[in-house]
Design a protein around this ligand. Sequence first.
Ligand SMILES: NC(=O)c1ccc[n+]([C@@H]2O[C@H](COP(=O)([O-])OP(=O)(O)OC[C@H]3O[C@@H](n4cnc5c(N)ncnc54)[C@H](O)[C@@H]3O)[C@@H](O)[C@H]2O)c1
Length: 456
Amino acid sequence: MNKTILCIGAGYVGGPTMAVIADKCPEYKVIVADINAARIAGWQSDRLPIYEPGLEEVVKRVRGRNLFFTTDIFGSIKEAGMIFVSVNTPTKTFGAGAGKAADLQFWEKTARDIIEYSEDDKIVIEKSTLPVRTAAAMQRILSSNTKGLKFEVVSNPEFMAEGTAVDDLQNPDRVLIGGMETPSGAAAIQRVVDIYLHWVPRERIKTTNLWSSELSKLAANAMLAQRVSSVNSLSALCEATDANISEVSAAMGLDSRIGGKFLKAGVGFGGSCFKKDILNLVYLCEFYGLPEVAAYWEQVVRINDYQQSRFVGKMVRQMFNTIADKRIAIFGFAFKADTGDTRESPAIHICRLLLAEHARLAIHDPQALANARIDLAGAEGVEYCSDPYEAARGAHAIAVLTDWREFRELDYRKIFDEMAQPAFIFDGRNLLDHAALYELGFNVYPLGRRALSHLE
Ligand SMILES: NC(=O)c1ccc[n+]([C@@H]2O[C@H](COP(=O)([O-])OP(=O)(O)OC[C@H]3O[C@@H](n4cnc5c(N)ncnc54)[C@H](O)[C@@H]3O)[C@@H](O)[C@H]2O)c1
């Protein structure tokens, strides 16, 4: 049996997923290929192209042993018996479905590469998040080969979260593998199951039909995002009524049917997946003639946008209805802690809204400054500070936008003394010790909780 695995796409999913497979399955040769030569060079270097706790250790252990990074996609296709496809599937920006549907051009390109360069039968595994029934299109394209080759398509969506990718991959809640309900489909599913069985208990490996597997990934992301938007919508009501969202979340979460995770109010969800996957779900519902279902899920994205503009509206209102020419220190630009990823980060939208009010921004983030520079390229009045104290020096306000633990450890007395007065903190992640900050003299505006202000 061919024990070479190829993954096409060396991104946030392809890199860590394959590093863990190579680590756990030493008898397999794992190749990760990408058209982006700079990314591949990064994976081959001491400075990996993405930051994930624990990733460097795993990569260093297996790279050159049974994990290889390459730009030679065609040679790798020939060599591999199983091909994971983990290319990006962003929201379409043009043509029919623009703004909602998934853009499958990168996906289709890999299918065509696979038929062109394959010389024997292969299992093709969807790792990317895809609209339900994409495998049917994939199967049709692959079956159009004129070489008499047989390709079996399997869906194996990835549920890891950035920031905890390595741990999620090493100890997944579940692994989902969907395939055709035919004998060859079942055999292909088993080949993928056999890989995961190296470290995942059998009861956590769920096998389903192809369409359930594809849809489960979209559904899981939609449900997670919906939880965030639900809590955030309640945080607005808490601020209007002096209820405390942290207390409300804790009380709700104690109900075992609800559960306590993912009930934290904040400036909204970000990341490359939630918004794109919900919009994709909305598009699919519209496509299948289910406008009420589409409208229900679309509201999750609307509340997310609302939470961000609401946060900025509060800043402007509390800072005497103008922030023009005021320096605002932005603490955190990544969409969440422990990642340098800023894709769809709430910070992007919030910073743009603040700049539209003519504020001056001093942005600090422990991992995401390089990406922040790209996201806000061309914007005037933005400084990027590797030191949080420098960002806060002379600032009228601090806005906490990412829940980096190190923000809790800063010397806020020193920060307060160097800020313009009155000094404001808008804690968009309810991360800091608000009572202590208030004692130091700050006017503190948490999310979904009563403000602690010396001005009222
Ligand atoms: N990022 C996450 O947390 C996460 C989690 C679960 C699922 N997903 C899904 O996984 C997929 C990949 O996401 P990602 O975050 O790794 O994306 P990414 O943009 O980081 O990586 C995708 C890579 O694919 C490469 N690529 C594109 N077309 C190619 C081609 N024809 N041949 C070779 N390489 C090609 C790109 O150069 C890029 O490096 C998406 O569908 C996403 O929705 C992402």
